[in-house]
Design a protein around this ligand. Sequence first.
Ligand SMILES: Cc1cc2nc3c(=O)[nH]c(=O)nc-3n(C[C@H](O)[C@H](O)[C@H](O)COP(=O)(O)OP(=O)(O)OC[C@H]3O[C@@H](n4cnc5c(N)ncnc54)[C@H](O)[C@@H]3O)c2cc1C
Length: 340
Amino acid sequence: MPPRLHEQFPLRAFNSFGVEARARFFCRVQAAADLAALAAEPKLAGLPRLLLGGGSNLLLTRDFDGIAIRIEVPGLADLGAADDAWHVEVGAGENWHATVERLLAMGRPGLENLALIPGNAGATPIQNIGAYGLELAERFESLAAWDFDQQRLVRMSAAECDFGYRDSVFKHALSGRRAIVSIRLALPKQWQPVAGYADVAHELKGRAITQPTAREIFDVVVAIRRRKLPDPAKIGNAGSFFKNPVVTRDEHRALIAHHPSLVGYPLPGGRVKLAAAWLIDAAGLKGATRGRAGVYEKQALVLVNRGGATGAEILALAREVQDKVAEKFGIVLEPEPVIV
Ligand SMILES: Cc1cc2nc3c(=O)[nH]c(=O)nc-3n(C[C@H](O)[C@H](O)[C@H](O)COP(=O)(O)OP(=O)(O)OC[C@H]3O[C@@H](n4cnc5c(N)ncnc54)[C@H](O)[C@@H]3O)c2cc1C
């Protein structure tokens, strides 16, 4: 049975910015076979595809004249131990945070630094999610994806995913061409806390924890995130709207000469990652409001829907942020969410 097709389907509940947009067609898929069945649907021939998870890293700027496919493949399987890791497989439709917590309860720690990142497991490789000193790539083994051109399931290794900072091949050559149906993770048997990130270290110190358990790291990360980031259920947003830009050592030196309080983190090889939030704040935009869109007052990296904003309004504000930062610092900020 092919999945049921809905026409002129409202996507407001399927994007964490909470903007209004309609998809010409919409369907939910529970298995790879559903994706195969879509090929036989003449109405969809030649139409663009929009793959959807939790919609927490998307900005819909207008109606989508194609087929929006919500990937809801369920499942969490313990594949056992091999070498120095526990292997698990997670269906693309599973909620990410709930998965992190379930694995912890199953005695499979290793993802706790990525707690409370909204969205579903299937989208985690798209931008190689990262937070508080850990990236998905460090726990990733492989994934299974439906290839729409070849009409078959393919397995992809980490190398084939070409992970980078908030980046992967799915944002480039394979954008919209493969639907991830499950991911496999390798969680270290010899678990070690990842507690070096300044916020985490500070919070642990405040709680007088010197040798944290995985559960304690999880609790600390959840507490920090609840304080700093707006809850999309209350105020529409997609988390960080811009990536932190990376500059050369010389560029960094030149910037520091003019802006001594500029915040940057040295990277291996002499390059420096700049805090985009600092640049936006210094450009005078923290807390700014344009129409119904805004720059979040507690964290300048987050653009918010103050109520009833359109995707176009949010995009216009993003462009203004980019222009002002470029004008003041000569740096072009790159958006993190996928703009549709
Ligand atoms: C409050 C808040 C905090 C956040 N914090 C972080 C953070 O700390 N670190 C971080 O990295 N991100 C963060 N994000 C961004 C976001 O939560 C993650 O990128 C998340 O992985 C997106 O998952 P999703 O299911 O919502 O994806 P969606 O928004 O539904 O989709 C994102 C992209 O992935 C594609 N996609 C989705 N599912 C599939 C699939 N199964 N197969 C192929 N393509 C697919 C979509 O087409 C789209 O291009 C945050 C967002 C919010 C709202």
